[in-house]
Design a protein around this ligand. Sequence first.
Ligand SMILES: Nc1ncnc2c1ncn2[C@@H]1O[C@H](COP(=O)(O)OP(=O)(O)OP(=O)(O)O)[C@@H](O)[C@H]1O
Length: 134
Amino acid sequence: MPTLTPPPKPGSDPLPLRGLRASFAYAWAGVQLAWKSQRNFRLEVYIGAIALGLAVWLQVSLVPVLLLIALVLGLELLNTALEALVDLVSPNYHPLAKAAKDVAAASVLIVSGIAALIGVLLLAPPLVSRLGLW
Ligand SMILES: Nc1ncnc2c1ncn2[C@@H]1O[C@H](COP(=O)(O)OP(=O)(O)OP(=O)(O)O)[C@@H](O)[C@H]1O
C-alpha cells in the first residue's frame, strides 16, 4: 500500500515570515506551472503586456488596464486549478465533470471577451489619434 505524504502547511510554520515566503514560493510555482502547461495563459500574458505597453505609450490611465489583466489572468489560473481538480476526481468521462470544465471555460471566455471590448474602447481612440489617422 503506498504511503501518503501529507501536504506542506507553510501557514503553520512557527516563524511567520518563513511561512509567508514558503506560501509565495508555492504560489509562484503555480504561476510557472500554468505558464508551462496552458497556452491560453501565455497568450493572455502576451496580450496583457501589449495592452499595458500601449496604455503607457498613449498615457491612458493604467488602473482599468491593470484591473482587466488581473481579472483575466486570475480567472485563467482558477480555471486551470479547477481542470486539475476535475481530472483528479474524474479521470473518466462524467457529465458533471464536463459541466464543471465547460462552465469554468465559459467564465474565462465571457470575461476575456468583455475585457477585450473594454480594452479596444479605452485604447483605440487615443491610438488612432496618435497615429494621425483621424
Ligand atoms: N472527465 C471529463 N468528463 C467529461 N468531459 C470532459 C472530461 N474532461 C474533459 N472533458 C471535456 O473536454 C473539454 C476539454 O477538456 P480539457 O481538460 O482538455 O480542457 P481544455 O479546454 O483543453 O483546457 P486547456 O486547453 O486549457 O487545458 C472540457 O471542456 C469538457 O467538455
